[in-house]
Design a protein around this ligand. Structure first.
Ligand code: P6P
Length: 341
């Protein structure tokens, strides 16, 4: 099979669909190159002295791993000079990073979680980089945090890189989902799958079951029905997976179906969920929908949510369409009953 590189894929997407202007193609190629750099650091592990925690916390109040900081710096350095970006936002930075005046500013905004699944870094379990691309709306000079606060349906591109047994880049520009596998001998991304489709039904759910007693009733109802198996209301047995790396769980769902949930729970009632809307939920929701799946916060389509803050959190239910619809229906039923009461 002729090997199609990422560059050829992007050029052909532009030629056939006009979806990838030059600046966006440069952005995607720069991010893909940065992910190769991160993959090398991740792959070295202890040999590179990159494991363990840094003596710092991020804006989320989480202890940062050394690789969190390294990955964040790699993405900043790779993207600052190209003239394709106006600014960047990262899980690891309190505020946005505006492209310095010494470089030209472009029309795109890049948002990312530089290394998602940090708790898995030191135990050699798959982790990943998640990224989202928005256009800077309006042409007023300068860029601020408000420019980033756009619903996910406005994304120009989204993707992730999974650092697992293979290193794979998963990408959408709004015309389906493509997967590129890193050919380490050539140092290039090779197209290995495209037009991914998530099966609409599944027998596999991904959730952190240790939080079961904290969930709202609709989520509890859904999981209890799955656990009841074939004798229960679903009439079939379910399997469970939980990697605790969103990239790994989503990648499995993209490849073979399933439903992923990180719902609201009573441990911190004021927090809508654990995952971040702008650089985790939105890019994953865009990819999942482009592959025929669905993604909601239990009530609304994630891509329609209007962000209020850069590091806003959200409940996430995504994957096989019919399961997401069922979970969302349970939440809306509860909401309707509460309104009647
Ligand atoms: P828990 C990783 O820290 C992350 O943000 C996601 O990648 C993952 O799905 C989730 O948190 C795991 O959370 O509570 O199971 O450790």
């Amino acid at each position: 099979m002729k090997k199609i590189s990422l560059t050829q894929y992007l050029v052909e997407q532009q030629r056939e669909h006009g979806r990838i202007p030059g600046q966006l193609r440069l952005l995607i190629e720069v991010v893909a190159r940065a992910c190769k750099h991160i993959a090398i650091a991740v792959n070295k592990g202890e040999l590179g002295g990159v494991l363990g925690s840094a003596a710092s916390e991020n804006v989320q109040g989480e202890v940062q791993k050394k690789l969190d900081i390294i990955s964040n710096e790699v993405l900043i350095e790779a993207n600052e000079w190209g003239g394709h970006l106006a600014a960047m936002a990262s899980e690891e930075m309190d505020s946005i990073h505006v492209v310095p005046n010494r470089y030209p500013q472009g029309e795109y905004l890049l948002l990312y979680d530089p290394l998602d699944g940090s708790s898995n870094i030191d135990v050699n379990v798959s982790i990943g980089t998640i990224f989202s691309v928005l256009r800077k709306v309006g042409h007023q000079h300068g860029v601020s945090e408000e420019d980033f606060l756009q619903p996910g349906r406005f994304q120009a591109a989204a993707g992730y890189c999974i650092y697992g047994p293979q290193t794979q880049l998963v990408l959408t520009v709004g015309n389906g989902v493509a997967i590129f596998t890193l050919d380490r001998e050539m140092g290039s991304w090779v197209l290995t799958a495209e037009n991914m489709r998530i099966p609409e039904d599944t027998k596999e759910f991904a959730i952190n079951m240790s939080n079961l007693r904290h969930w709202a009733p609709p989520m509890r109802r859904y999981i209890d029905e799955c656990l009841a198996g074939s004798p229960g209301p679903r009439g079939k047995d379910f399997n469970m997976r939980w990697v605790a790396s969103m990239v790994a769980d989503v990648h499995r769902i993209l490849c073979r179906g399933g439903v992923f949930a990180y719902p609201w729970d009573a441990r911190d009632p004021d927090k809508p969920g654990k995952l971040r809307l702008l650089y985790e939920a939105n890019p994953m929701a865009f990819l999942v929908e482009q592959a025929g799946g669905a993604a909601t916060n239990g009530r609304q389509r994630i891509l329609d949510l209007m962000p209020g803050k850069l590091h806003e959190r959200v409940s996430v239910v995504l994957g096989s369409k019919h399961e997401v619809e069922r979970i969302t229906a349970y939440h809306l039923e509860e909401k309707a009953q509460a309104a009647k009461a």
